[in-house]
Design a protein around this ligand. Structure first.
Ligand SMILES: NC(=O)c1ccc[n+]([C@@H]2O[C@H](COP(=O)([O-])OP(=O)(O)OC[C@H]3O[C@@H](n4cnc5c(N)ncnc54)[C@H](O)[C@@H]3O)[C@@H](O)[C@H]2O)c1
Length: 370
């Protein structure tokens, strides 16, 4: 198959969909890979490293779309890319269709095959192409939280791990899923006193088994949250109710119960946030302060560490990309249900129910296009 890797043009996006290692694997299988010039630069991969792995460099985005049967990228196409997409071309990338109607209508009009990373689903209902970004965001939440706890950055001025003779900081993690587990692990590793809360008792049992001794588990409810707020220094929001807005576990009035300089990192901000006072911020201007409490609510945290995020994402996407390249999208989706669930828009038809419902469009069962 002929595969094209365009350079991401969305503002501040430095990730790339394929690393030189990925190119090498695809080339070994007999596929032809074209990479747009400087596509990997933001993640630390030079054009030369792609060529050495077997890719051909193309100088423009137009050529890259023109030549490819499958386009593999990171972010959803933006308006400038819509007209480059060809009928029956396979696009394998994040789309998040339900959040943006113009993109959905444009892809219907182009007649492309849109396979969305975010809806590829394992039989246990996990989302293997979203997990790596939650791992990055969860770990980064502690790094950012520790930084904003410093006094010059408006925090309480407490060192996460303490020192001999001085107690460490107290970290509260709301949600014990992928974000929460990764956050708790890093906070514990830095020596903090960590409490992780979830509503799922089996999950709490599992975390109690695998976490180190400085991590305690606690059932998530308003009483327990209110009880811990006055004594905790860093609070991480990592709850998710699939398909719904995040519940507000920390409400406006609760800020008064926290000490000045407490830091809130609401990773769930992309689903509306689990802290009522959170609103999305950017890497350029990541925090704001309400009632002396520091709020960090960056909606695309992994974007700040493109080297790690690119490798984490491509580790997860490459096995699927190889199946698509080897078999073609139709056979690959018939034989692998994870991939079939990734199909959103195919040849002008919306085949993912949630997307059709979001915009009142006709839903075509995915089996009808296979
Ligand atoms: N800001 C970013 O850059 C960024 C990056 C990656 C992920 N995210 C977001 O982070 C959030 C968490 O993602 P995840 O992958 O960890 O999800 P996940 O499904 O793995 O975990 C969510 C956890 O929340 C728990 N939960 C649900 N209701 C709860 C409640 N009332 N109290 C406590 N826990 C509750 C669930 O039981 C589950 O264990 C999502 O909204 C995701 O989109 C944001």
């Amino acid at each position: 198959m002929i595969i094209g890797v365009p350079k991401e043009i969305k503002n501040n996006e430095n990730r790339v969909a394929l690393t030189p290692a990925g190119v090498k694997e695809l080339a070994k299988l007999g596929h032809t890979v074209y990479v747009q010039a400087t596509a990997g630069a933001g993640s630390g991969f030079s054009d030369e490293s792609y060529v050495a792995a077997g890719a051909t460099i193309l100088s423009t985005i137009e050529e890259t779309y023109q030549v490819a049967e499958m386009i593999i990228k990171v972010k959803e196409p933006i308006e400038a890319e819509y007209n480059l997409i060809k009928k029956d071309q396979l696009l394998f990338t994040y789309f998040h269709f339900a959040s943006y109607e113009p993109l959905t209508r444009a892809m219907i009009e182009r007649g492309a095959i849109c396979l969305a990373y975010e809806t590829v689903e394992r039989p246990d209902r996990s989302l293997p192409l979203l997990v790596p970004m939650s791992e990055v965001a969860g770990r980064m939440a502690i790094q950012e939280g520790a930084k904003y706890l410093e006094k010059p950055l408006k925090g309480r001025g407490i060192l996460l791990g303490g020192v001999p003779g001085v107690r460490p900081a107290k970290v509260l993690v709301l949600g014990g899923g992928v974000v929460g587990t990764n956050a708790a692990k890093i906070a514990a590793g830095m020596g903090a006193d960590v409490t992780i809360m979830d509503v799922n008792l089996s999950r709490l049992r599992y975390l109690d088994d695998v976490m180190p001794a400085n991590v305690n588990t606690l059932m998530s409810n308003e009483y327990n949250i209110r009880d811990l707020l006055p004594t905790h220094d860093l609070i991480i929001g990592g709850v998710l109710i699939p398909g719904a807005k995040a519940p507000h576990l920390i409400t406006r009035d609760m800020l008064k119960e926290m000490r000045p300089g407490t830091v809130l990192v609401d990773v769930a901000v992309d689903q509306g946030g689990c802290i009522e006072t959170c609103k999305p911020t950017t890497h350029e201007d990541p925090i704001f302060i309400i009632d002396d409490v520091v709020h960090y609510c960056v909606a695309n945290m992994p974007g700040a560490v493109p080297y790690t995020s690119t490798l984490a994402l491509t580790n997860a996407t490459l096995p699927y990309a190889i199946q698509l390249a080897n078999k073609g999208w139709k056979k690959a989706c018939i034989e692998n249900n994870d991939l079939k669930l990734g199909l959103n828009v195919v040849g002008g038809k919306v085949v993912y129910k949630g997307v059709a419902e979001a915009f009142g469009l006709t839903h075509t069962p995915v089996e009808n296009v296979l």
